[in-house]
Ligand binder design. Sequence first.
Ligand code: FO1
Length: 326
Amino acid sequence: MSGETTASSGDGRVVALCGGVGGAKLALGLQTVLGERLHVVVNMADDFEHLGLHISPDLDTVLYTLSGLSDRQRGWGRADESWNFMAALAEVGGETWFSLGDRDLALHVERTRRLAAGESLTGIAADIAKRLGLTAQLWPVTDDPIRTIVVTPDEKLAFQRYFVAHRCEPAIRSIRFDGADKARLSAGVRAALQPEGLRMVVICPSNPYLSIDPILAVPGLRDAVRVAGVPVVAVSPLVGGQAVKGPTRKIMDELGVAADTEAIAAHYRGLIDGLVIDAGDAVGARAVDLPTCAVPTLMTDDASKVRLAQDVLAFGDALCGSTSVR
Ligand code: FO1
């Protein structure tokens, strides 16, 4: 890690690795603080073909969250939504297990058209992010196909089938990221992770196993982070050993991983220089052989998202001068 003070200068770029709902909240806080200096690398392994449309759930969750269009209660999809399409789809016997709001539908139709016309997921995401008023830059981790497959005792499930249709009920035996080994980092991600002008890398509090691991599985991503030589800070998705939202805790139990600070630190060992944990979990932090920062991590409103973003940035900057074992 570089010790030069320039790397920690406030005007440097920050790269955030982000999945769905939980991570997107911190990304919003970081965007408020950093604006266009924030580069969000988003998981796209949850993408799937549905009703003939290419759906990118994590990408859209970040898009809508950073544009202020997201539905705050649900965490995904758009606010002020109507569901006429779904009602009409049911009338004609279409698949209704995955809800597509009328406004949200426009994004899936337009993205599908542009992909069929030969555009890349990266190019489409960048254009739509600009049209929706994001100041942060949005980068799908790759334009090559990766699909998260959840292996259960009875069958292999595409992620959205597991997460939505089966409501995370089947026990997970293992998780695969089909296609990851052949995927290439997008040019935007490679450029964002260049050492020049980079301040730090943040791993947002998304599900490490379902949302962050697919990003880390792309060949070259881990090396690019390491070579960048800047502080790498992860934010634990656990608060009091419980996942704030989604199936993280259940998945950790099924994977035989203790849902605690040590498990999160172990999961990211070798990649991160520091771990941000919830103030309530500070006790467990003593057993972690990594610099930790215990602050309130529950993001219940915009102010708490900004505060956590500021805490994470200050922690990363403070790590910049310290040596750390990787
Ligand atoms: N999550 C659900 O639990 N039920 C849904 O019907 C659903 C539809 C949906 C449509 C578009 C979209 O971008 C996300 C959607 N999600 C839905 C969330 C999605 O499953 C995400 O993968 C999770 O939020 C985890 O990131």
